[in-house]
Design a protein around this ligand. Structure first.
Ligand code: NAI
Ligand code: ENO
Length: 367
């Protein structure tokens, strides 16, 4: 499709949307705007956008599609600005924010003027931020929530999905309220838990500096998201306040319950608590990316000698297979270690498995 796509906010998500649109619509012109000149310049030199513009208002007038990809409180500000601008009659405006109720509310003046605003939230991402981390395949297989209101014509929703088809995401329509309730429990609240675990460890560290030296493995896994952009998460907590306050109350009750089991030494209840959690979690779908993405891990038994990691990464690089994470799980002298390689997609994992098997005689396995 041809047209001017204006992306405001060239970070992880805006950059990834720009790349996904470009890969499906070569003839489209992707125009970028960002308050940070550095991000704008970087996006242009990485080829994420075709043109960089210094004025949002100016570019908005000429746009066929406008994607707001800034922290959610900034999204409200841009919507207020758009409500006073002369826009093309057929323009579609969307956003990628992690919250929807406040944003859709803020878009009401536009909707009442007949402008097609369709709230959006690609429910995949990472703890990284900035355009350098943007990837066309970031949303592949992820859920992409759309929250059109009754003011929006079905044909405009279809047109937006066409523009976004390069994301290869699964579109799901929800009301803004339903979105914020679900995102609260599976995405927003877990960030507070991760951050609070880190705070707790930091307080213990003051008493014993061994804490951070030993905080490896499981602690790092469960707290990975505490490394996310604090500005973005501050805004999400401001927007989804009511839902999150309810989650705090329910969480405190949950903690009191399990605390009682532990205080009473009630081994049966403690066992059931873990058992039920394991059953529910093991039953969660794994093939689809969730808001907190699962990675596609491949394990490789490797001999413990210097250079083995660069040998393997070298084979993968030759075939242009990108690794999202790499870790040695266990290495002791004279025995094999286990290298865990993580990939963004199942396809990358399978290609990596074939590549390592073709080039080495190391055992590979998927758990
Ligand atoms: N990081 C993630 O995993 C996900 C984030 N989101 C949502 O996507 C949005 C963007 O997040 P990221 O790309 O991760 O953040 P980011 O920090 O990587 O990028 C945000 C960009 O917006 C720019 N910006 C800030 N205020 C601006 C303004 N008023 N006008 C123009 N540019 C402005 C910043 O300079 C930065 O380049 C947020 O609303 C977030 O809730 C949605 C799904 C996943
Ligand atoms: O890093 C992670 O796993 C995330 O939590 C990614 C994420 C962040 C914000 C969203 O609205 C959706 C997904």
């Amino acid at each position: 499709m041809r047209g001017n796509i204006l992306i405001a906010g060239l970070g992880l998500i805006g950059g990834s949307i720009a790349l996904a649109i470009k890969r499906a619509h070569e003839d489209a012109t992707v125009i970028g705007y960002d308050v940070s000149n550095e991000s704008l310049r970087l996006a242009r030199s990485l080829g994420v956008i075709d043109e960089a513009v210094p004025s949002f208002a100016h570019a908005a007038r000429e746009a066929d599609v406008i994607v707001l990809a800034v922290p959610v409180v900034q999204t409200e500000q841009l919507l207020r600005e758009l409500a006073h601008l002369p826009l093309r009659s057929h323009v579609i405006i969307t956003d990628v924010g992690s919250t929807k109720e406040r944003i859709v509310e803020q878009a009401l003046p536009l909707l009442e003027k007949g402008v097609a605003f369709i709230g959006g939230h690609p429910m995949a991402g990472s703890h990284k931020s900035g355009v350098a981390a943007a990837r066309a395949h970031l949303f592949e297989n992820a859920f992409y929530i759309l929250t059109p209101t009754e003011h929006v014509k079905e044909e405009d929703v279809i047109r937006l999905k066409q523009w976004l088809k390069g994301t290869k995401a699964h579109f799901v329509t929800l009301t803004p309220r339903e979105h914020d309730r679900i995102a609260g429990v599976i995405s927003h609240f877990p960030h507070i838990i991760a951050a609070s675990l880190v705070h707790q460890a930091q307080q213990y560290e003051r008493e014993d500096e061994l804490v951070s030296r030993l905080a490896a493995g499981g602690f790092r896994d469960i707290t990975r998201i505490a490394s996310s952009n604090p500005e973005m998460w501050r805004d999400i907590f401001i927007h989804n306040k009511e839902e999150l306050l309810q989650l705090f109350d329910r969480w405190i009750e949950e903690m009191k319950k399990i605390r009682t089991y532990v205080a009473d030494g009630d081994s049966e209840r403690i066992y059931h608590y873990f058992h039920e959690a394991k059953q529910f979690r093991d039953g969660l779908p794994v093939r689809t990316k969730g808001a907190i993405p699962s990675f596609y891990d491949l394990y490789v038994d490797v001999p413990d000698y210097p250079g083995v990691i660069s040998e393997i990464t070298g084979y993968l690089a030759k075939e242009r297979i990108s690794i999202t994470n790499i870790r040695i799980i266990e290495t002791r002298e004279d025995i094999y270690g286990v290298l865990r390689l993580s990939f963004q997609t199942e396809d990358d994992r399978q290609r990596a498995k074939r590549c390592i098997e073709a080039n080495t005689n190391y055992e590979t396995y998927v758990v």
